[in-house]
Design a protein around this ligand. Structure first.
Ligand SMILES: Cc1ncc(COP(=O)(O)O)c(C=O)c1O
Length: 440
């Protein structure tokens, strides 16, 4: 194994568990020093191929990072914070205008915030204000954030909600179209979309009158829930249900958006337009920002209803602007690269699916790709221990990866990673899978 854990790193891990209230890290002892592109380095100088993009944040890679850094430096010397929510400022408005060109026609209003969860809080509030309805609807496996409003929509793992008592208002939930583990034990397409029937017959009939439902929140591809790609028809049906009952469709693009699937908006893969989109993560190349983007037809928002201190922060806007400029300038190269690299990763994984008993499913669009581990293909019993072992083995062989769902992992390199580094990363991943598969 190439990576050794030094005393310095062990001390940092111990200090972290003593000082930090955050409780989600436990998989690998990676202590970051540098990264953001094809590679990441820890503080001991160990070099890793990065298949995590630091939780879907470094989508664009080194060339874009340099431009983002320059934009941050220039702006920080001029003015960092312009109190954009109390005074006026030109740059956030110029950026908002540019941003709107990435959205369908009729989208012209945005709320800038600081994170994915805050972007979803904004969407929740807009949905209530616009519809004057109480109920929200979201899917099992969905992850929308951890502040109480967003957490009421998050039904990914019970430990995210445990101990917090009442959530925000009445929220309905139903199974997502997670076809590999269909809760109705059916197969697509012969199922006839039983999950859609269920939604119509139960939550949107027995539990609530659909006329009382403000919004359907959905990730076009579930991220934290396990990189679950629904059939196109499922997403189309959600739009139809929304239209039939005057419900808003809200696309949480925090993880799936910003080119990860080869399109700026992941929802576009399904030929569906939402009424509100939320974005964060890769939006400003690592600088905290969130955006809630709404149709003009949602109307005017009462003064004072949505605001914050840091929304529209000039450094965050400069970083987001540099990211968006990079996408606009390189769009066709980015798209063809994502398609080619995504196909290569999928082909390698599909081949592994044939050969290794512990791989149950591989799925994805563009470069948002997940692998689900099982005890064996027949029982499909989730193999969390095996998945963790794969991530750990890969780590000690210089590949950084992250888990998702109960027993899946994500393959999410930066979208511009060099083909040879993707190939090398896939070799390390395959060796790790082979080792864990063979040692059962
Ligand atoms: C789809 C989705 N929505 C919302 C969030 C919350 O974003 P943040 O952690 O920036 O609050 C996440 C975070 O992983 C996410 O994946």
């Amino acid at each position: 194994m190439a990576v050794k854990i030094s005393k310095r790193i062990k001390d940092i891990l111990a200090k972290d568990s003593k000082l930090m209230i955050n409780t989600t890290k436990d998989k690998v002892p990676f202590v970051a020093a540098r990264g953001g592109g094809d590679f990441a380095w820890d503080i001991d100088g160990n070099k890793f191929i990065d298949f995590s993009s630091f939780i879907s944040v470094y989508n664009l890679g080194d060339e874009a990072n340099k431009k983002i850094q320059e934009a941050i430096t220039t702006q920080s010397k001029e003015l960092i914070h312009a109190a954009f929510t109390d005074y006026y400022s030109e740059k956030p408005l110029q950026f908002a205008e540019k941003l709107m060109t990435m959205f369908p026609k009729g989208f012209g209003r945005t709320f800038f915030s600081n994170s994915g969860t805050e972007a979803n809080e904004g969407a929740l509030k807009l949905a209530r204000l616009y519809s004057k309805r109480q109920y929200m609807f979201s899917f099992y496996g969905g992850f929308h954030g951890r502040t109480i409003g967003s957490l009421s929509l998050t039904v990914s793992k019970h430990r995210q909600r445990e101990g917090f008592g009442d959530m925000f208002g009445p929220t309905l939930h139903a199974p997502y179209a997670y076809c590999y583990r269909c809760p109705f034990k059916l197969e697509y397409p012969s199922c006839g979309l039983a999950c859609v029937d269920y939604i119509k017959k139960y939550p949107l009939s027995k539990e609530a009158n659909p006329k009382d439902v403000a919004a359907i929140f959905m990730e076009p591809i579930q991220g934290e829930g396990g990189y679950v790609v629904p059939p196109k028809e499922f997403v189309v049906e959600m739009r139809k249900i929304a239209d039939e009952h005057g419900i808003l469709l809200i696309s949480d693009e925090v993880q799936a958006g910003f080119m990860r699937t080869g399109k700026f908006l992941a929802m576009d893969n399904f030929g569906v337009e939402a009424d509100i989109y939320t974005m964060a993560k890769a939006f400003a190349g690592g600088v905290p920002i969130g955006a809630t983007v709404a149709r003009n037809s949602l109307g005017n928002i009462p003064k004072g209803a949505l605001s914050n201190t840091f929304g529209g922060n000039l450094v965050a806007i400069a970083a987001a602007n540099a990211s968006l400029d990079y996408i606009k300038k390189n769009e066709s190269n980015l798209k063809s690269g994502i398609s080619r690299k995504g196909k290569y990763i999928m082909t390698r994984l599909k081949d592994m699916l044939e050969r290794y008993e512990i791989i149950g499913d591989v799925r994805g669009i563009g470069m948002m790709i997940g692998v689900e581990f099982v005890k064996d293909k027949k029982s499909k019993k989730p193999a969390q221990e095996e998945r963790d072992k794969v991530i750990e083995t890969a780590f000690y062989n210089n590949l950084l990866m992250l888990p998702c769902g109960e027993s899946s992992l994500r393959v999410i390199p930066t979208l511009t990673m060099a083909d040879k580094n993707i190939e090398e990363g896939m070799d390390i991943l395959e060796n790790a899978i082979k080792k864990v598969n063979g040692s059962r």
